[in-house]
Design a protein around this ligand. Structure first.
Ligand SMILES: C[S@@+](CC[C@H](N)C(=O)[O-])C[C@H]1O[C@@H](n2cnc3c(N)ncnc32)[C@H](O)[C@@H]1O
Length: 299
């Protein structure tokens, strides 16, 4: 699937493939509660398939499904039909369940309102993730895979612009390779966490709450800087691409969890940015989804 996508969309047959190890499990899953039962949606449908466990997830999450169902049935948790996210940290341990109404922590089989963040200890860093907010699906494996690809590409320089930066995973992974970090992210809670995460690592980091397309100036950076972009599935907004075409940074990394949007963005950037390296990472084990990543150089 990946070969076919890269070949047809961007005419590239040279990419690195990083297969997931059997130990890579999901640290968050989304469940649906229909007012009577809890489970996944059947593929391409809203029919509920009740589940007891998820083999793709950490066992701590599977173990939380029965207590979550029991609390919803007994109305100890808000029982309005809707979506629930169940998540754990790295290494897996504490479990949080969140819906629109709040976040609860599982303790001794019961759920307690709790707004404290989940903690991910990976790559020598300790990163807070506000529960219910974004973090990599399989965090330890994602850190290992991204870390190895970026080390092979020898990404380093003066300033790293960590755009769509979340709670600072990429700045943390590249902390020894740049001297200054500028993180831009639209989620306020994520930026608060990123400030603390990067300060704990002793990094000179500016973390800003903003829409990347609006924030991006003309002519960003200089030749010794790198721009790393990890947008949501929809990829880069047209206004972001327009500004990036004028950027002065020497290198750019584009990350994308939707292969089609990722290839579209590489093509839109191509007049100013040459794709020099390409990789696909199996970051969503046991699903057909992949993470694509490319290294681009200023033409
Ligand atoms: C795929 S996640 C990547 C997060 C981070 N790089 C990581 O690996 O943990 C995309 C992030 O972009 C943020 N985001 C979505 N749209 C945005 C926008 N228009 N401007 C800035 N950030 C945005 C989301 O809140 C989310 O944290």
């Amino acid at each position: 699937m990946v070969s076919d996508l890269f070949h047809r969309q961007i005419g590239r047959d040279d990419f690195e493939w990083l297969a997931a190890p059997a130990t890579a499990k999901r640290a968050r899953i989304q469940l649906h509660w229909d007012g009577r039962d809890l489970g996944f949606h059947k593929r391409k449908s809203h029919d509920l398939v009740p589940i007891e466990a998820c083999p793709a997830a950490e066992s701590a999450l599977s173990a939380a499904i029965a207590p979550l169902r029991a609390a919803l049935i007994s109305r100890a948790l808000p029982s309005r039909p809707g979506r629930w996210e169940v998540a754990t940290g790295t290494p897996p341990g504490e479990v949080r369940a969140s819906c629109e109404a709040g976040v609860w922590k599982l303790e001794a089989g019961a759920w307690h309102l709790d707004r404290s963040p989940l903690i991910h200890r990976l790559a020598g860093a300790s990163l807070r993730q506000p529960a219910g907010g974004f973090f990599q699906v399989s965090p330890a494996w994602a850190a290992e895979a991204f870390g190895s690809v970026l080390a092979n590409w020898d990404l380093r320089g003066a300033t790293l612009f960590d755009l769509y930066g979340g709670v600072g995973l990429f700045s943390a992974l590249l902390r020894e390779r740049f001297t200054r970090f500028v993180l831009v992210e639209s989620g306020e809670a994520a930026v608060d966490a990123a400030r603390m995460n990067l300060a704990d690592l002793g990094l000179a980091a500016e973390c800003t709450v903003a829409d990347v397309g609006t924030w991006l100036p003309e002519g960003l950076g200089s030749s010794d800087d790198a721009i790393l972009l990890d947008p949501p599935r929809t990829g880069l907004a047209v206004e972001a691409v327009e500004k990036l075409l004028t950027a002065n940074a020497g290198r750019m990394v584009l990350v994308g969890c939707d292969g089609a949007a990722f290839c579209r963005d590489l093509k839109r950037l191509d007049s100013a940015w040459k794709t020099v390296q390409l990789a696909a990472l199996d970051l969503f084990p046991l699903t057909p989804h992949i993470e694509a990543i490319a290294l681009l150089e200023r033409r």
